[in-house]
Design a binder for this molecule. Structure first.
Ligand code: ATP
Ligand code: MG
Length: 370
């Protein structure tokens, strides 16, 4: 059946803590956005609390239904136990593997009109999600001078090229979104910045760098001279100076593509620039499947109190819509959220306000359907 005639099936995994409060908010926003497709929401079990009850953080049924029935998914948040728990492994890590979600795409966007232009940020970090130091291949040995621990860092041409291509696609999609918004505010052109440290790690980061760089040339060749990515410029930045510039002049970056570890670090750093973890969204992307997920964790300190900021989760839902091919309703959600933040009347405590999760959701719903 075509997109237009059947409901889009979304697997919903609220999981732990505030995920159970903010994900339902995102669901109601998706349902009420003018121009959004019709959805069918499928509630699925996952998370640490589910593990404590059943011994499994990600039941096979959840994986099977995501693979066989769902067009996309949304994740709430998962508790990470501070100590090692026998038999437990993160459902997110497993989901990324099972669904081959090799990219973590994280927009870092301020709200226009709340900060001066110099510090205004509107960037997307595209983080490789399958290799680098995260293959967790560590060894330790005893020597005469004490123990020596080593970790293997894997960078492959295949994974680097794939993430590079994703970054160019993101840059292209952003340029199209900007055109749709008719935004003169975003005067910057589409650009991909490759983040690496090849001056020191010339073999591994060298391969990452050349693989990403090859994307544009390959695309041009595959498309017989006139590549899709022609309009997108490309530059590179060593990860240390990347961090410096990100804090000094965040407005210079459009799309940043990074290996797993650098991506992890710079995206958390960049999140600090927008004011609260409660605002930052992400989507885990494969070639044909996407899973929206707020960047924050389960926030046990405020869970169950109707205090959590639902915006990260709501923006993640919009991001999911955008990547699933529905940019118009996604833009409506982004603007509704921006208006609510800019007005400053309904804000949760993390943004200095006194409103509840429900009140913020309500305010956003009102903007969408005045
Ligand atoms: P976890 O183990 O699940 O990651 P955590 O204690 O690290 O738990 P985070 O969710 O990472 O919790 O949050 C870090 C801090 O940011 C907490 O103080 C939390 O209350 C706050 N925070 C995170 N998300 C939100 C949100 N959506 N709204 C308000 N505050 C939030
Ligand atoms: Mg945390």
């Amino acid at each position: 059946l075509s997109k237009a005639t059947r409901a889009i099936k979304l697997g919903m995994m609220p999981a732990d803590g505030i995920g159970r409060e903010v994900l339902p908010s995102a669901q109601r926003v998706l349902q009420s956005t003018p121009g959004a497709p019709k959805f069918e929401f499928i509630q699925l079990a996952a998370g640490f609390e589910h593990f404590q009850k059943t011994g499994s953080a990600l039941p096979q049924e959840t994986v099977d239904r995501l693979k066989n029935e769902c067009d996309g998914a949304m994740f709430g948040s998962v508790s990470s136990p501070s100590h090692k728990v026998e038999g437990y492994s993160s459902p997110i890590v497993k989901l990324r593997k099972e669904l081959d979600l090799y990219a973590n795409i994280r927009p870092v966007v301020g709200v226009r009109g709340t900060k001066d232009d110099e510090k205004f940020i509107d960037s997307v970090i595209v983080r490789e999600n399958t290799e680098c130091l995260y293959i967790k291949s560590e060894t330790i040995e005893s020597t005469a001078e004490g123990q020596v621990a080593k970790a293997i860092r894997q960078i492959s041409e295949k994974a680097s090229t794939r993430i590079g291509k994703k970054a160019f696609q993101v840059a292209l999609a952003r340029a199209e979104m900007r055109a749709k918004q008719g935004s003169s505010a975003t005067k910057q052109g589409a650009n991909v910045t490759i983040c690496h440290k090849s001056n020191v790690l010339s073999t591994t980061d060298g391969l990452f760098r050349t693989s990403v760089r090859s994307v544009k040339e390959n695309d041009k060749r595959e498309n017989g001279g006139e590549g899709l990515f022609e309009q997108i410029t490309m530059d590179e930045q060593l990860v240390d100076s990347m961090v410096y510039r990100l804090f000094r002049e965040p407005h210079v970056f459009d799309v940043v593509v990074a290996p797993n570890l650098y991506g992890d670090i710079i995206s958390d750093g960049a999140a600090a620039l927008v004011g609260s973890l409660g605002l930052v969204s992400s989507v885990n992307a494969g070639d044909n499947f996407f899973m929206g997920e707020p960047v924050h964790g389960s926030a046990p300190d405020i869970a169950g109190q109707n205090k959590a900021n639902p915006i990260a989760s709501i923006r993640s839902a919009a991001l999911l819509l955008e990547y699933m091919g529905y940019p118009e309703p996604a833009l409506k959600i982004y603007s509704a959220v921006d208006e609510v933040i800019r007005e400053g009347k309904y804000l949760t405590p993390d943004l200095g306000g006194k409103s509840t999760t429900s009140q913020v959701e309500e305010a956003i719903l009102k903007k969408l359907n005045p």
